[in-house]
Write a protein that binds this ligand. Structure first.
Ligand code: SF4
Length: 171
């Protein structure tokens, strides 16, 4: 396994992947992020996930996660959690784009669960169900078939009602 870069502009990542793979004769190649900008200390799990998604799509064999504490401190447990989740999202997004068989099955399940407002199934599909549940519980909507973002103006709820031939009450 060959170690790659940790800092790289977005437009340079794909070419770097190809050059490294050629020089290393196809040996597995992993990247530390890479961070696509250096101005976001405290958010380097995000800057690295952006780079990691591009790198994975371009052929990286493995993504090394980066935590929000990168360049600042020894990561704590929550930092590690944030970093791993960000990296897993990047890797999964790349798997979908690479059309790896069944990679997007869970996304399709989530889309169907959202359409049906099946919250338990949404938690089953979520990469971090604890956080998702906590956010919904903290800002509960008036009605179960929506969230507090749009309430009765929920487009999903309105479409379900339209398809069922039901009256759409928005007031
Ligand atoms: S209320 Fe708005 S944000 Fe929430 S599920 Fe419906 S359309 Fe989406």
């Amino acid at each position: 396994m060959v170690e790659g870069p940790g800092h790289m502009a977005m437009d340079e990542i794909e070419a770097n992947m190809k050059i490294q793979q050629r020089i290393c004769q196809g040996a597995p190649f992993y990247v530390l992020g890479p961070l696509v900008t250096d101005i976001a200390p405290g958010y380097d799990h995000i800057t690295s996930a952006i780079g990691g998604a591009i790198a994975a799509k371009a052929g990286a064999a493995f993504l090394c996660y980066v935590t929000p504490a990168e360049h600042l401190a020894l990561p704590n447990v929550d930092d590690v959690k944030q970093g791993i989740i960000a990296s897993r999202i990047a890797a999964h997004a790349a798997d979908i784009a690479k059309k790896i068989p069944h990679a997007r099955d869970i996304d399709d399940r989530m889309a169907d669960a959202r359409r049906k407002f099946d919250w338990e199934e949404q938690w089953n599909c979520a990469i971090d169900p604890e956080t998702a549940k906590a956010i919904r519980a903290d800002r509960s909507p008036e009605i179960e078939e929506s969230c507090s973002m749009c309430g009765k103006f929920c487009a999903v709820r309105s479409m379900n009602k339209a398809l069922a031939g039901e009256y759409i009450d928005i007031l």
